[in-house]
Design a protein around this ligand. Structure first.
Ligand SMILES: NC(=O)C1=CN([C@@H]2O[C@H](COP(=O)(O)OP(=O)(O)OC[C@H]3O[C@@H](n4cnc5c(N)ncnc54)[C@H](O)[C@@H]3O)[C@@H](O)[C@H]2O)[C@@H](O)CC1
Ligand SMILES: [K+]
Length: 497
């Protein structure tokens, strides 16, 4: 897989890709023919012929629907088209293909799906910017209520391709989209509404992608594999970095999970610096991780003078108090790669600018939604925009966690992760993630790539386990996830930038 395959296009970029392909000599009617053909083929691969109703809208999405209807009818499927609006009102390529349709044509209404055993939703594409018309929502809902499978063209109508927001979408079992996915296929609730997603080639030349300069990607090894640390013959543990985690007390499990994450990600040495009174607790549960007692919070500065640490983590298990603030500012003051999570973020809720000013070296912030809002404030923008804005404001790489984790760099480059099973919704799983990022940073991986790779490994580790997963299991599953990277083949020439 090459990184181009992971590109996500905005609605505007997809329109531009269509226009470029047309300008380069492929007529719009041909692109639409290919799009409808891809939908028909995706259907024929999954279902045997049965009564099919194709719901067509007033734009080009509807045009794709007319093509799919014609091709499936030619293969013997009993097909009815239910049109929103008037055939004579259609324009351009859609008008052309609508006039190629000679089969039954009815007006869109819930009645139109009464006898259907499969529905194609070609009402609206990813660019819809106003709520789905009532009759469209009602017709789709009527089909869903009867349990009839729905195949969406481009997106389930009502899903915003840029944000994943629902403008009254009902959802589909299969979504066939064209050329590349859009962010809305991966961001919630769009991702859930899409069902299975198939990306079809409709004849837009791949080099067109470079001109579009995509700024978002779907997380996959191709995005970061070339900068994943590799072991060579004779590698010494001191060449694999030294991760330091600031542990807390009385909450000790979080930092221990994080430390194990850092070690499993491949840091040559991992240490936890802990309040002296908790030394025995940490030491009795960690064998391969070194435990360093701090008699005074100020001892952290002295410990860091040693200079051999290559990445630093604070947050898991720390309270959001002044001691944590000081610890964070001490870590950031070294200029070394830092990861801040949980209490280390919330400690700056009343004064985020102090934190942002202190961020100078490579830094990764890993908030969940609550921590994000405490630090960056409430904002009703979509998740991708919020993560990008927060990265630009803080100067750090943002990992805005959730089932659709967004990793954003201050430059605006972003990666959306779809590789996270819901079993990760368990206490402590974020601590392990913070540790994985730290372990990769410790080995010299750049912050954006380390954040994306850690998010991928975290999800892939969980995927190997299944139900019943707890955070304690995760560090031990990371080696399997690392081993599976080999299946992604040769590293591509260039990762995203
Ligand atoms: N040549 C191309 O541009 C290609 C486009 N393709 C298809 O074209 C789609 C995009 O086509 P369009 O840009 O025409 O978008 P849509 O098919 O989503 O249609 C938008 C049309 O609906 C109208 N509209 C929007 N919201 C409405 C509302 N709430 N109520 C009533 N009318 C509303 C708009 O004024 C516009 O006429 C893609 O999703 C894809 O399926 C594919 O055929 C590939 C080639
Ligand atoms: K659609």
């Amino acid at each position: 897989m090459d990184a181009d395959k992971t590109a996500l296009l905005t609605v505007a970029q997809m329109r531009e890709a269509d226009e470029r392909a047309i300008a380069a000599g492929t007529p719009g009617t041909t692109l639409m023919q290919h799009a409808g053909d891809a939908v028909a083929q995706a259907i024929a691969r999954r279902w045997t012929p049965r009564p099919l109703t194709v719901l067509c809208g007033p734009g080009n999405n509807g045009g794709d629907g007319f093509v799919a209807a014609r091709l499936l009818a030619q293969q013997g499927w009993p097909v009815t088209v239910a049109l929103l609006g008037d055939r004579e009102a259609l324009r351009g390529d859609a008008r052309f293909h609508a006039h190629q349709w000679g089969g039954p044509l009815v007006s869109l209404s819930p009645d139109a799906v009464r006898h259907a055993r499969l529905i194609v939703d070609a009402l609206f594409g990813a660019g819809l910017s106003r709520p789905l018309p009532d009759v469209a929502a009602q017709t789709l809902a009527a089909a869903r209520a009867r349990g009839v499978p729905v195949v969406a063209v481009d997106v389930p109508s009502g899903v915003d391709g840029d944000t994943g927001a629902s403008l009254g979408a009902v959802g589909a079992d299969l979504t066939v989209t064209f050329f590349r996915k859009k962010p809305g296929h991966l961001l919630l609730p769009g991702r859930t509404l899409c069902g299975e997603i198939e990306v079809a080639d409709i004849g837009i030349a791949a080099p067109a992608l470079a001109a579009l300069q995509p700024q978002a990607h779907e997380n996959a090894p191709a995005c970061w594999l070339p900068s994943l640390p590799a072991l060579g013959h004779g590698t010494h543990k001191y060449q694999r970095g030294h991760a330091l985690v600031r542990g807390g007390y009385p909450t000790t499990g979080a930092a221990r999970l994080a430390a194990l994450g850092a070690a499993r990600a491949g840091a040559g040495l991992t240490s936890v610096a802990v309040p002296a009174e908790s030394l025995a607790i940490y030491a009795s549960h960690l064998l391969s991780v070194m435990v360093q007692p701090l008699a005074q919070p100020a001892d952290l500065s002295a410990l860091l003078e040693d200079g051999r640490h290559t990445a630093l983590l604070a947050g898991p298990g720390l309270p959001d108090d002044p001691v944590t603030r000081d610890a964070v500012l001490t870590l950031l003051g070294t200029g070394k790669p830092c990861v801040l999570d949980a209490g280390a973020l919330t400690a700056f809720r009343y004064d985020p600018e102090t934190l942002f000013r202190a961020i100078e070296g490579p830094c990764v912030l890993t908030p969940h939604e609550g921590e994000f809002q405490r630090l960056f404030g409430m904002d009703d923008a979509d998740k991708l925009s919020r993560a990008r804005r927060a990265a630009a404001r803080s100067g750090a790489v943002l990992v805005l966690k959730g089932a659709d984790t967004v990793i954003a760099a201050p430059s605006g480059l972003a990666i959306i992760n779809a590789n996270a099973p819901s079993t990760l919704a368990t206490a402590g799983s974020g601590d392990v993630l913070a540790g994985l990022v730290t372990g990769l940073l410790a080995q010299g991986m750049p912050a954006f790539q380390a954040a994306a790779a850690a998010t991928w490994l975290h999800g892939d580790a969980a995927t190997q386990f299944g139900p019943g997963l707890i955070a304690d299991d995760l560090p031990g599953l990371v080696p399997g996830a690392l081993a599976r990277l080999a299946q992604h083949g040769q590293a591509p020439q260039a990762e995203i930038s």
